[in-house]
Design a protein around this ligand. Structure first.
Ligand code: MTE
Ligand code: MO
Length: 266
């Protein structure tokens, strides 16, 4: 099994740190419309301020790495804070669907997990009132929604796809989830795992997807269930979900634990 097909994050330098800050400032520029607030946020996001915080000069790579970790965590906070729970990601006409839609995972397509639909159950745990597992038929009996949205992968490609399924906010309401909790964590049939913030879990375009392009998800796209979020990067969208849980302890994730930004907004 090709475990680490995606290269680890490159060695970090002060230049990388500056680039990360520039990117974060650009992001603020894109998202904040009020000029005074935008300028304030962009100014307050500096490496100088960061080195004061960490009490180091950022001259050696270890302290730059520590500082970049702080930038990433700071970015989680900034992104969480900037996230507008009512703002919708763009949608597209069916004519723009990418065909064939790309496959990606931390292993090759020849190793895609094939889940047995009859034996599969979605386990629900953590801060929820009703922990009964769900069958595929029970999920299909809930109101279904569709979206044609863009999936963006950090490896440098994006693709437009059509997903159908249950609004995750409807599902969370059905299981009596504590929506004041901070996180929802996911465990997958291929041992992948990831987690998201509750505001994104409740976003109207966050879908517990059962279908791709009008038919049940093929194995490569995450049969039987994937979480589809057009507001987050590809690695935040877990395929082959087996269990989900509501928690106040950040569960991290497969790529997130290797240094990829946890919030992962797109
Ligand atoms: N279970 C599982 N989910 C996963 C992954 C994975 O390796 N395993 N890879 C992620 C990444 S990095 C991407 S880009 C998308 C790819 O989804 P696709 O195959 O539908 O294009 O799945 C995400 N979800
Ligand atoms: Mo990805």
């Amino acid at each position: 099994m090709k475990l680490f097909r995606r290269p680890p994050l490159p060695a970090l330098s002060a230049l990388d740190a500056e680039a990360a800050l520039t990117e974060a400032r650009r992001e603020i520029g894109r998202r904040i419309e009020a000029p005074a607030r935008r300028a304030f946020l962009q100014r307050s996001l500096t490496l100088g301020g960061l080195s004061m915080l960490s009490g180091c000069s950022l001259s050696d790579s270890a302290s730059v790495e520590a500082a970049l970790g702080r930038v990433s965590r700071f970015n989680d906070g900034v992104q969480g804070w900037l996230f507008d729970p009512t703002r919708l990601a763009p949608t597209y006409p069916a004519s723009m669907i990418t065909r064939p839609f790309p496959f990606n995972a931390y292993y090759g397509e020849d190793e895609v997990r094939v889940v047995d639909a009859d034996r599969w159950r979605l386990d629900v745990g953590g801060l929820v009132a009703d922990r009964r597992p769900w069958t595929l038929a029970a999920l299909r009996a809930l109101p279904q929604h569709e979206q044609i949205t863009r999936h963006i992968c950090v490896e440098g490609w994006s693709a437009i796809g059509r997903w159908g399924g249950v609004r995750f906010s409807d599902f969370l309401a059905r299981v009596g989830a504590d929506t004041t909790a901070k996180y929802v964590g996911f465990r997958c049939a291929d041992d992948y795992h990831t987690s998201i913030d509750m505001p994104t879990a409740l976003h109207p375009q966050t879908l517990l997807a059962l279908d791709w392009d009008g038919a049940p998800l093929p194995p490569r796209y995450g049969f039987p269930v994937k979480l589809r979020m057009p507001t987050k990067l590809g690695y935040k969208n877990p395929k082959h979900i087996q269990a989900l849980f509501v928690t106040n302890t950040n569960p991290g994730g497969y790529w997130e634990d290797q240094g990829y930004n946890w919030f992962g907004g797109s």
